[in-house]
Design a protein. Structure first.
Length: 153
């Protein structure tokens, strides 16, 4: 197999159920990439996914790594507490809520122990966990760029 790439894919969720635009695009793209390339999928896990969703990940990746991560439900007291606390952060809340020391450590561990050709941040949110000064090509994959292009024209 010529041109095999080892890809580390970062996302804030598992893809099953494949029921939203971002999940659908990522799922179909990764299924195709998996045919010819080795995919390690590193995701934050909010506990909503069960064993079946994790088992189905074999459809789009060779290795699945889940990092436990909880965010406060919208409009709950914890949500408002986090919003107020975020006033002191340079990050917008939609990014800060996905900040995870566990994901950062896992990225560092994987890049130390394995050789990846590229690391892909699927949407902007997981990029908050990417350490600086990495020795791997990094891609920010933001699906909604089509909407921005359409809006400009």
């Amino acid at each position: 197999m010529a041109g095999l790439l080892r890809i580390l894919w970062l996302k804030t969720e598992l893809l099953h159920p494949v029921d939203k635009g971002g999940r659908i695009r990522t799922y179909n793209m990764l299924r195709e990439l998996k045919r010819d390339h080795e995919i390690t999928y590193l995701a934050l896990d909010d506990g909503a996914s069960g064993p079946n969703e994790k088992k189905l990940a074999t459809e789009y990746c060779h290795e699945l790594i889940c990092v436990p991560h909880r965010t406060a439900p919208k409009f709950s007291p914890g949500f408002y507490r986090d919003l107020v606390a975020n006033l002191a952060s340079p990050l917008p809340y939609f990014m800060k809520k996905y900040e995870s020391k566990g994901m950062r450590r896992e990225i560092e561990r994987l890049l130390k122990e394995q050789k990846f050709d590229v690391m892909v941040c699927d949407f902007l949110q997981p990029s908050v966990n990417v350490p600086a000064n990495l020795d791997v090509a990094t891609v920010l994959f933001q699906h909604n760029v089509e909407a921005m292009i359409w809006k400009r024209h």
